[in-house]
Design a binder for this molecule. Structure first.
Ligand SMILES: [Zn+2]
Ligand SMILES: [Zn+2]
Length: 265
């Protein structure tokens, strides 16, 4: 299946993105790719929720919403651009770092259970089990929290970001039944599963097939989860390579239009 959406794009409002990551640049890329839906998902922590670290303090609603007028004015034939966010998981209040009032203002919300480089105490990196348990708990708390109805998709589930060792170790460590229980819960809440293609950019088709996340995607599909795709790009790409494996993964999983989250159809 050809994938014609990308709901995980960071502009230069995200402090970790490149200054050249402009909305205009992404609109050009979307045109070249023939996308019909483009979601802007800058990093976000609601200022009304205590506990933001130095990275998140400046990235509040006013900050991410400064791009909203331009998003609404974006005029590319056949393309709809969405105002979303990648809102952080809040480990202290066991949920999402956002108030309901602010969550209402976004067209969609991604929440990661795997920003462990920021949200997990460093001593949890070892043993691996502790790191894996942190992500399992985060996943469940996001699904169970009062804000869960605003969570469109779990961002890069279980793909620990900036992990000091191969993060596939962690994915492989968790048995099917533990994933299944959580994925069934997420499916019940209508929380989609992001297929984040950033980890697959440099992989050959054979390597994609062997990637540990493929097991997760298969389990999620069997438990009834819907999917959406995200490139997680932090700069306007020079070529379209970041997107080439999306279709491959969709075919590998046998995805059809019905398997996509409603917003991505
Ligand atoms: Zn992320
Ligand atoms: Zn991201």
């Amino acid at each position: 299946m050809k994938i014609t959406h990308d709901f995980h794009v960071h502009t230069n409002l995200s402090l970790c993105a490149k200054p050249t990551a402009t909305l205009e640049g992404y609109l050009e890329t979307a045109k070249k790719l023939g996308l019909t839906k483009l979601g802007i998902s800058n990093h976000f922590w609601d200022a009304a929720i205590p506990g933001a670290n130095d990275f998140y303090v400046p990235q509040d609603y006013d900050h991410v919403a400064s791009l909203r007028p331009a998003i609404e004015k974006a005029d590319v034939p056949g393309l709809r651009v969405y105002f979303g966010c990648e809102c952080e998981y809040d480990p202290w209040r066991h949920g999402v770092a956002c108030t309901e009032e602010v969550a209402e203002r976004f067209e969609y919300m991604l929440v990661p259970n795997s920003h462990t480089h920021m949200m997990m105490p460093k001593e949890y990196y070892h043993p691996y089990e502790k790191h894996a348990e942190f992500m399992l708990a985060a996943f469940e708390e996001i699904v169970d929290c009062p804000l869960s109805k605003y969570v469109t998709a779990m961002a890069h589930p279980f793909e620990a970001v900036a992990c000091p060792y191969d993060n596939e170790i962690l994915i492989d460590l968790i048995p099917d039944d533990r994933y299944r229980r959580l994925f069934a819960k997420a499916a019940g809440k209508g929380i989609a599963f992001e297929i984040n293609i950033s980890s697959m950019v440099k992989k050959t088709p054979e390597e994609v097939e062997k990637a540990s996340v493929i097991r997760l995607f298969r389990l999620a599909k069997e438990e009834g989860c819907k999917f959406l795709f995200g490139s997680d790009i932090h700069n306007v790409p020079e070529n379209l390579a970041p997107f080439k494996n999306a279709e491959l993964v969709a075919d590998l999983l046998g995805l059809t239009e019905e398997d996509l989250a409603p917003i991505a159809r």
